[in-house]
Design a protein around this ligand. Structure first.
Ligand SMILES: Cc1ncc(COP(=O)(O)OP(=O)(O)O)c(N)n1
Ligand SMILES: Cc1ncsc1CCOP(=O)(O)O
Ligand SMILES: [Mg+2]
Length: 206
């Protein structure tokens, strides 16, 4: 089965928690609670509701950005970008048991996260998306092919999750570049039935 990380978002129809619930009901086993611009107390309140839901579905729960909160709530890990706590510092604080992901847009970013002890890298964006502001340059298929090939040449073995504007149709081509998984938000939440869309995506043959 395809490795799918669902990134929470809120829309006119759905709350952050609804978005995660639908992905879990569709069979997703990895949720990233991403609540940009929400106060920490609000992130904590949603995380406290989401943690037992993820446990019930045997799914991993990581938080976007909030290292101390991840530690306090004993969720599974965090995802960190350029303006967040550095991966090495988060590793010091959290220890080996927590999953730590880092954002990359170039091979140099991947190398840095690898040396710092990240468990995976989220490489993107694949294409333009409105889900995130201040996007790095879009990578397209060529971008992933190039970064994966540089990783192989450098002997860097680190799971890669592709992210950013990815739709159902894109997945087979992206997976063929050698990435290990896909992170999605908008394409699931904009589907007529997000639960069914999650299941449909997870059923894509590898
Ligand atoms: C899997 C994954 N990859 C990349 C990102 C982007 O993280 P970051 O650069 O910190 O940006 P924000 O998500 O915090 O806006 C991600 N969240 N997940
Ligand atoms: C968090 C993040 N980082 C790079 S693109 C992105 C948003 C992914 O969401 P979508 O699948 O809706 O483009
Ligand atoms: Mg961040």
């Amino acid at each position: 089965m395809i490795s799918l990380q669902f990134i929470t978002h809120h829309t006119e129809k759905y709350s952050y928690l609804d978005s995660a619930r639908m992905a879990l009901e569709g069979g997703c086993k990895w949720i990233q609670l991403r609540m940009k611009e929400a106060p920490l107390e609000e992130v904590e309140a949603v995380a406290l509701q989401l943690k037992p839901m993820c446990k019930e579905h045997d799914a991993i729960l990581i938080l976007d950005d909030h290292v101390e909160l991840a530690q306090k709530l004993e969720v599974d890990g965090v995802h960190l970008g350029k303006t967040d706590m550095p991966v090495a510092e988060a590793r010091q604080l959290l220890g080996e048991a927590f999953i730590i992901g880092g954002t990359a847009n170039t091979f140099e970013d991947v190398e840095m996260h690898y040396r710092a002890g990240a468990d995976y890298v989220g490489i993107g964006p694949f294409r333009f998306t409105t889900t995130k502001k201040n996007l790095s340059p879009v990578l397209g298929i060529e971008g992933y092919t190039s970064i994966i090939s540089q990783m192989q040449q450098a002997g860097i073995q680190l799971p890669v999750v592709a992210i950013g504007g990815i739709t159902y149709q894109d997945i087979p081509d992206i997976m063929r570049t050698g990435v290990n998984g896909i992170a999605l938000s908008g394409t699931i939440l904009q589907a007529e039935n997000p639960v069914e869309e999650t299941t449909r995506i997870l059923s894509i043959p590898l």
